[in-house]
Design a protein around this ligand. Structure first.
Ligand code: FES
Length: 145
């Protein structure tokens, strides 16, 4: 299997190259482009990113594996990241997690999602959902189907 960036993403890469000090700085934007284009980041995509960023493939791989939001395998279930850091934990993330674990979802325990003042928080497809309760979690999931 091979990977190629879409024409739209190739144009974005060329535009971004003018804004960043070095091609290597494009690693994260390229990983996001692949994640949105394919739904996961294959080894072929990592090699393609390495070419565009003039970075060794292993270095791109290390970046991809460092961040929990990147998927390295095709996903058969919706991924829900649930914050388990202090503010969310104090505001009930354990109950939210227990509730979500009963559902057919890929649950990821995330560190702070940057919205501590509206804890507890979960993130689905790059969108934060805040002030969670058992009831509104069910409403959110139902609206996403
Ligand atoms: S502690 Fe959960 S968003 Fe910051």
């Amino acid at each position: 299997m091979s990977f190629t960036f879409s024409n739209e993403n190739l144009l974005k890469i060329e535009a971004l190259k003018k804004r960043y000090p070095s091609p290597k700085a494009l690693t994260l934007p390229c990983l996001w482009m692949v994640e949105y284009q394919e739904g996961y980041i294959s080894m072929d995509a990592i090699e393609e990113i390495a070419i565009h960023t003039d970075t060794p493939p292993m270095e791109v791989y290390r970046v991809a594996t460092f961040y929990t939001m990147f998927h390295l395998e095709p996903q058969d279930k919706r991924t829900v990241q649930v914050c388990k850091t202090l503010s969310c934990k104090l505001c009930g993330s354990d109950e939210i997690l227990a509730h979500l674990n009963k559902k057919d979802l890929n649950i990821v325990h995330a560190e702070c999602l940057g919205s501590c003042g509206t804890a507890p928080v979960m993130q689905i497809d790059d969108v934060n959902y805040e002030n969670l309760t058992i009831e509104n979690v069910d409403e959110i999931l139902k609206a996403l189907k």
